[in-house]
Design a protein around this ligand. Structure first.
Ligand code: NAD
Length: 360
């Protein structure tokens, strides 16, 4: 299952890519009337129906969109498997450079498209989609999660995601410093949007000295004023003398350049796909002795919250899965040491053990 980005990108045909990454299905969709076009990727449904958000993005070309849907749906398989929930991995991407075209009719058409899969794929929010779009999609299909609270859903998943990230970060501190007490620990949070904002609250309550950065200066000031966190520059964040770096904005910020600059002992944040290349940079972190908490486990609070809707779980039942992120993070570190592999690889192995056991 372990493959490098370079190996994957070397594949020039879609079925070849699907074969390497072990996908079950890839749906191409196109609607002349609304202009809706994109892909739904279903990676693995051994544990349950595939679930993953719908991303709408101005992709440069189709190949980039296919690559994204395959990569993201595969990530969802691991995220749900390691979190102990009975969902498979899926994702939708819509190619769009025109905000005007994204009408109610457009989203309803997407709902009809999801419905053709008969529940094998359940959609939810992702980059570019919110409860507003979900409210249109759900008029055409029952296979939706992350519904608005007023429609019986669980609303914004960010507080749950942030709490899971906080627990994963504490477990990583325990591994690195022998204690999960964060008082006096210096933590740099990159991106103080939905998740990062809540995370800063948890960290300051725990007594950490928090540094924050964001390209949204207005929000940055608001969070700094409310929390007492210290504002730093967007590039400066990689050079700070801190204990923990928490990427909560974009993917791929852990790369050859930044690993050379980071002085922290721990990386633990919410952003998806933090390692620019999961094999190359996992090894670089291991060699440098930096503890990396795999993003797909510690940011799983959002998908766990969607699972709550799918399974009609109570808030307490849901909370147990999120609380478990702490112990699961420690399990990953133990497995990484045992197998002498980077933590990302250890996490994938744990996820695959669960899937392979279910197959038997
Ligand atoms: P968001 O858009 O609310 O916040 C992201 C923040 O990052 C914004 O404030 C943005 O201004 C800032 N940002 C963008 N580029 C930046 C840069 N170069 N430097 C510094 N800041 C920058 O998104 P979110 O919902 O808080 O999610 C944050 C990350 O966590 C994303 O990668 C997302 O995919 C991931 N994630 C979110 C959830 C969730 O429940 N929201 C769940 C799982 C994973």
């Amino acid at each position: 299952m372990s493959i490098t980005t370079a190996e994957i990108k070397a594949e020039s045909n879609v079925l070849g890519l699907m074969g390497q990454m072990e996908h079950e299905n890839l749906l191409f969709f196109n609607d002349k009337e609304t202009g809706l076009k994109g892909f739904i990727g279903i990676h693995d449904t051994t544990l349950g129906p595939s679930l993953g958000g719908c991303r709408i993005w101005n992709y440069k070309n189709e190949a980039d969109a296919v690559w994204d849907v395959l990569r993201l749906s595969r990530g969802m398989t691991f995220k749900s498997a390691i979190s102990g929930i009975n969902l498979g991995g899926g994702k939708a991407v819509i190619i769009s450079d025109n905000k005007e075209q994204r009408t109610e009719k457009y989203w309803k058409k997407f709902g009809e498209t999801v419905d053709t899969l008969g529940g094998k794929y359940i959609t939810a929010e992702d980059v570019g989609t919110s409860t507003q779009e979900i409210s249109y999609i759900m008029q055409k299909t029952l296979h939706v999660a992350g519904k608005p609270i007023e429609a019986g859903g669980t609303g914004d998943p960010s507080p749950f995601t942030a709490y899971g990230v906080f627990l994963g970060l504490k477990a990583s501190a325990k591994e690195a410093f022998g204690t999960d007490d964060l008082s006096g620990k210096k933590v740099a949070v990159q991106g103080i949007g939905h998740v990062g904002g809540y995370l800063v609250e948890h960290l300051t309550k725990a007594g950490a000295k928090v540094y924050i950065t964001d390209i949204n200066k207005e929000n940055l000031k608001k969070v700094a004023d409310a929390s007492g966190a210290q504002v730093v520059g967007t590039d400066e964040i990689y050079d700070l003398d801190v204990d923990i770096y928490s990427p909560c904005a974009l993917g791929a910020t852990v790369n050859t350049d930044t690993i050379g600059r980071l002085k922290c002992a721990v990386i633990a944040g919410a952003a998806n796909n933090q390692l620019a290349d999961e094999n190359v940079h996992g090894h670089m972190l291991m060699d440098k002795g930096i503890i990396y908490a795999p993003d797909f486990l510690i940011n799983a609070g959002g998908v766990i919250n969607c699972y709550r809707e799918v399974q009609n779980l109570t808030e307490n039942e849901t909370r147990k899965y999120i609380d478990d992120i702490y112990n699961k993070t420690l399990q990953i570190f133990a497995r990484a040491k045992e197998d002498k592999v980077p933590t990302q690889e250890a996490a994938i192995r744990i996820a695959m053990d669960r899937i392979n056991a279910a197959k038997k």
